[in-house]
Design a protein around this ligand. Structure first.
Ligand SMILES: [Zn+2]
Length: 256
């Protein structure tokens, strides 16, 4: 589990600033109240909010002056839906960093993250989509990364074990890796049969396939999903954490 401490909350809010996010949020639990409350603040207020939380809450995020009130989660994002979905992302970021630093694979995963962030553009971002004609809402569980040509290497982001390497009508040629940081990465629509087999280990940077157009896809692109505990995370934020670079606006670019 993610440690719920003031040190950690501060880390999260500082990351929000570095990544040029527009909103920060905390989730507060109040004893006796049926639901938790999410308090959202614009980034311009982040320093004063942090000062306030530090004066009112203790190291373990319990309210110092009102019993039964505590902060149980915190997050950042550029929209309300991102915040809702990404309540655990900063925790993920830290656990990912620790895993990578401890197993010495840091440079490998950073360079793979840079590979995706620098060579591809986001043709469909993560999160809620509204159909232009029907107005219906749906959730895009991953990001579409494209650079207009087929055959570019699809590289494993973090080392792990291949749990699926197969063909499906919708995902096309696809590979799923149970990554050593506790997350799951899914790579879809690849050109040819996967270059890895179910059950085998892969290293960060190892090629698992090529960008393609198989399954339900309207053009050559990699559909990338990152999950933790069955919950879809924003893959771009995940890549940012690995890259430790600020790629402004990328998550919000829509190219149709
Ligand atoms: Zn997609």
């Amino acid at each position: 589990m993610i440690p719920m401490t003031m040190e950690y909350l501060e880390h999260c809010f500082n990351r929000a600033k570095e990544l040029d996010q527009s909103l920060v949020a905390v989730k507060v639990e109040m004893k006796g109240f049926p639901s938790e409350e999410i308090i959202v603040n614009p980034i311009i207020n982040v320093d004063s909010k942090l000062e306030y939380y530090k004066s009112v809450y203790d190291e373990d995020l319990n309210h110092k002056y009102a019993e039964g009130i505590r902060i149980v989660d915190f997050s950042f994002g550029n929209s309300m839906s991102e915040i809702g979905i990404n309540m655990i992302v900063d925790g993920l970021g830290k656990s990912v960093m620790e895993t990578i630093e401890s197993d010495g694979a840091n440079n490998k995963s950073k360079s793979v993250a840079d590979y995706y962030l620098n060579n591809f553009r986001v043709t469909s971002s993560f999160g809620e989509k509204i159909h232009p004609v029907t107005g219906e809402k749906s959730l895009h569980n991953g990001v579409n990364l494209a650079n207009n040509k087929a055959g570019d290497p699809v590289k494993a982001i973090v080392s792990g074990k291949v749990i699926t390497a197969a063909y499906s009508k919708t995902a096309g040629n696809w590979v799923v890796v149970q990554q050593d940081d506790g997350t799951v990465a899914k790579y879809m629509h690849m050109l040819k049969s996967p270059q890895v087999e179910q059950g085998q280990r892969v290293n960060a940077g190892q090629q698992v396939g090529q960008v393609g157009n198989t399954g339900t896809a309207t053009g050559n692109h990699l559909h990338l999903e990152i999950e933790r505990d069955g919950l879809a995370l924003n893959p771009i934020q995940y890549l940012w954490y690995l890259s430790e670079e600020t790629v402004k606006d990328m998550a919000n670019v829509e190219i149709k």
